[in-house]
Design a protein around this ligand. Sequence first.
Ligand SMILES: [Zn+2]
Length: 329
Amino acid sequence: MSLTDSQYNEIMREYDSRRSYDMRVASDRLREVEDRIPRIRDIRREVCELTGKVMRDTLLNGSDSSDALSEMSSRLHELSLEKERLIKEAGFPDGYLDPPYICPDCKDTGYVDGKKCHCLRQKEFDIAYSQSHLKSYLADQSFDDFSLSYYDDKNASTGKTPRQYASLALKGCRTFAENFHGKGSGNLLLHGPTGTGKTMLSNCVARQVLRAGYSVIYFTAYSFFELMSDKTFGRESGKNDMDYDNLMHADLVILDDLGSEATNRMTVTHLFNFLNERIISASPVLITTNLTMDELMKRYSDRIFSRIIGSYSVYTLLGSDIRILKRYK
Ligand SMILES: [Zn+2]
């Protein structure tokens, strides 16, 4: 990963301070619960005494402690059941005494069994590709905010009305995002004119997938091809290879506004290789484009086009410019 030491240290400091917060909340809640149910405090003391006593006996007397151990563990079990019951009866929510981890998988440490947790990988992506803007932007983009009422439901000159197309796209994207499980989740292509909601839908997908704990890398076509040509021409430090590696290993890659770049033979090859590798490893990609299917075929060759059609769910978005409609609503 192409982070500097200081960027990495900054991330680790964030984890540290989050963990202190987690512990503080947990200990405040423990005090609150113990004040309300004094028996919980007695239970905690008994647990401490029990475990301390067995440890002392084992260390000092060297006694064969298997009996003592099994007696202790059955008593500990009893105490833990009693504690659970008391907390529940007092009306505290489940898990109230657990620290409020943002990522329960790594308990806000960034690592699981010595390997980077998905939350750490995402933080690295966010910094490496300056995508923190994506997160804040995504905060208010959920499928529930996607309103079909902006789409015209009368004009069906292309077979369906714009609203019917949008409804299919919404359903397809939602299903994709809700069932996302990393590799093998399929691919999406959203196409249609500017301002018909493609970017909003892809943001809704990104948000849901991120929330489920998967990593997402977002690229405009322009920045994607810039990275690809850096990889081809960059010879120093191997940085671009690592970037490319990340691009290949992200759980979901979003390629926004395909067709807005200046196309040449090189970009066509890059795009083909990229889509091909992602398909071979069953790694999902979401593409948005203003181009029609005919235009895609003309611009990127039949090879790419047949790749896209064959392994992507394709949705069309049409209609009067929603951004304009919104402004005049
Ligand atoms: Zn984590």
